[in-house]
Write a protein that binds this ligand. Structure first.
Ligand code: DC
Length: 223
């Protein structure tokens, strides 16, 4: 088994709304692993850009990213940017709209990936995002690719937004998901793609608990 040091590394990739964040968080709780939400780091960098008004000044943003401090608290539930809790800010519509354009910059990805690998060296981990199985942890012990139909992913996201009283329609949520898929999958650097040796799980029609149980069973049968 290809463990990093004595630690277990589990990597999950998949598109927005595939359920990977919720699933990874629950698997982390069940197995006592560190949870790494890699998307939250790209979102924190987007907040950094907004705070410093350098959304379009990429060279300046790269400089800021090199010296900024991003850390997780409460096992991934909170994210701090230069000691400020930005857990709420990273989920705003402004960040949703900007993040894919910031996450496509190779120099920014380089810094974030370095940081993610360092976190991976600190303990057993379950990490999720778009390039965890392919670029960040290509030697992970377990790799999963979660997916679901666009319609199902839009329905999930719409239900979540309704609980937050966000005024939107299912159609516009579906359009936003399609646009984000297109950006994440077609970008030049580290596009979202399934690693050749990843276990594919289609979460369409499955409950979160069913997916968690599937993953725990796969891990349990081999480690
Ligand atoms: O998973 P999320 O929606 O929080 O991700 C936010 C954005 O960050 C998304 O547009 C893709 C990008 N991202 C990425 O490029 N690489 C990752 N490993 C994780 C997220």
């Amino acid at each position: 088994m290809k463990q990093i040091g004595n630690y277990l590394t589990i990597a999950i990739d998949g598109p927005a709304g595939s359920g990977k964040s919720t699933v990874a968080r629950l698997v982390a709780e069940k197995l006592g692993l560190l949870y790494l939400d890699s998307g939250a780091m790209y979102r924190a960098v987007t907040v950094l850009a907004i705070q410093n008004e350098v959304e379009t000044n990429i060279p300046k943003l790269i400089e800021l990213v090199k010296t900024c401090h991003i850390e997780f608290k409460d096992n991934g539930k909170k994210i701090l940017l230069n000691s400020d809790d930005v857990s709420v800010q990273i989920r705003t519509p402004e960040v949703n709209n900007l993040v894919a354009d910031i996450a496509k910059v190779p120099e920014i990805r380089h810094e974030i990936v370095r940081h993610q690998r360092k976190i991976g060296e600190e303990g057993s981990i379950i990490a999720e995002g778009r390039d965890l199985t392919t670029i960040v942890f290509p030697c992970a012990d377990f790799k999963f690719y979660l997916d679901a139909s666009v319609k199902e992913r839009a329905k999930r996201r719409f239900a979540e937004l309704q609980t937050q009283n966000v005024d939107t329609t299912l159609e516009s949520v579906e359009a936003e998901i399609r646009a984000r898929d297109e950006k994440d999958m077609s970008r030049e650097h580290s596009p979202l793609q399934a690693a050749k040796d990843a276990i594919h799980i289609d979460t369409t029609g499955k409950t979160i608990d069913e997916v968690v149980d599937l993953i725990v069973a796969k891990i349990g049968s081999r480690h």
